[in-house]
Design a protein around this ligand. Structure first.
Ligand code: SF4
Length: 100
């Protein structure tokens, strides 16, 4: 887990994004994030059907387990999740704000 002193931003400025085709659901990001931003889920049949067929095949190989960004607004951009992910599936990008 990252030391919270490593965090660079106030919450809500950056957000993690997960490449579904790369995520193998190992859960390393769940362990690494000091703010509990991630959870692990199994993708539903409906969610699998919305993916490109090559991505669906990759996801099914690891039992359809995927990391999900559950609490994006809590991200402080420490990048511990990027370092922890064994498949390079996570990036941390500028958060988009809802239109007023
Ligand atoms: S950069 Fe990753 S590990 Fe750090 S707070 Fe954001 S989601 Fe959590």
């Amino acid at each position: 887990m990252a030391d919270q002193a490593d965090c660079r931003e106030p919450p809500g400025v950056k957000t993690p994004v997960i490449d579904v085709a790369r995520c193998e659901g190992s859960g390393e990001c769940v362990v690494a994030c000091p703010y509990n931003v991630f959870t692990l889920h199994r993708l539903s049949a409906g969610a699998l059907l919305r993916l490109p067929i090559t991505t669906t095949a990759k996801v099914l190989i690891h039992g359809a387990r995927q990391a999900v960004v559950e609490r994006a607004a809590e991200c402080r951009a420490c990048n511990a999740c990027i370092s922890a992910c064994p498949t390079g599936a996570i990036d941390v990008v500028a958060a988009t704000r809802p239109a007023n």
